[in-house]
Design a protein around this ligand. Sequence first.
Ligand code: HEC
Ligand code: HEC
Ligand code: HEC
Ligand code: HEC
Length: 129
Amino acid sequence: MNRSHRAMALAAFGVLFLVPLVWSQDPIQVLEHKEIGPHQRPLVTFNHDKHTASLECIRCHHDYDEHGNNRGGEDKAQPCASCHQPTAKPPKPSLEGAFHGQCKGCHEAMWGQERRSGPVMCGECHSRK
Ligand code: HEC
Ligand code: HEC
Ligand code: HEC
Ligand code: HEC
């Protein structure tokens, strides 16, 4: 193998090795978005895997086109903060509002339909373990 072949082989290996990492979201994350500023409440734990077991990616990873249609989904996942700045203006919620609206909003709506979901009380999400 000459030098450039070796470089190509290494590059191919790097691609095989790195691509899965893009999709391997930590199953359990402690959310601490510094953009929000210093945190007053205990940090919130989010189990990504438990959620993806029963919910489509697009439910959370949205991306609205100019007509308001949601074109998000699996290949559009990105940090919420890339669109929800702490100072975002309606109809786009601030970063804190985005998390409360999505997390609590979904849990409340599902309980309202008598479907099992997650916590809605402050201390159940912001809990000291
Ligand atoms: C379903 C879960 C959930 C519930 C219920 C919830 N929160 Fe939160 N809250 C979050 C998440 C997620 C964040 C974003 C934290 C981060 O990513 O840094 C957040 C952020 C915050 C923040 C900004 C960060 C901080 O700690 O200062 C405050 C304040 C807050 N929540 C207060 C409340 C209060 C008060 C209630 C009840 C009225 C409440 N939350 C209910 C999930 C929840
Ligand atoms: C219940 C809501 C929810 C569902 C369903 C969901 N995710 Fe997520 N995902 C999140 C949240 C919240 C984050 C953290 C975002 C942040 O920190 O700004 C995240 C982060 C990610 C990230 C990391 C983004 C980055 O660049 O930091 C990827 C990749 C991802 N999710 C992929 C997926 C895929 C693929 C699916 C479907 C199989 C999926 N998610 C389903 C809520 C969800
Ligand atoms: C590509 C940019 C983008 C990303 C990434 C994004 N949002 Fe949004 N989000 C928007 C826009 C734009 C709106 C306002 C839509 C409208 O006009 O009503 C919105 C609206 C919302 C709303 C209001 C209700 C709704 O669903 O329309 C919530 C809650 C929300 N986002 C939470 C989140 C959370 C949590 C994340 C990360 C998992 C996230 N968003 C990621 C652009 C984004
Ligand atoms: C689209 C709906 C939806 C959204 C958005 C959502 N959840 Fe949930 N959540 C659920 C459902 C359904 C369950 C029950 C899952 C189970 O028990 O298997 C759940 C369970 C939970 C639980 C209890 C199980 C556990 O993981 O310990 C917590 C805590 C939780 N969610 C936190 C959050 C936080 C924090 C967010 C936002 C970052 C969020 N959820 C966003 C639907 C949602």
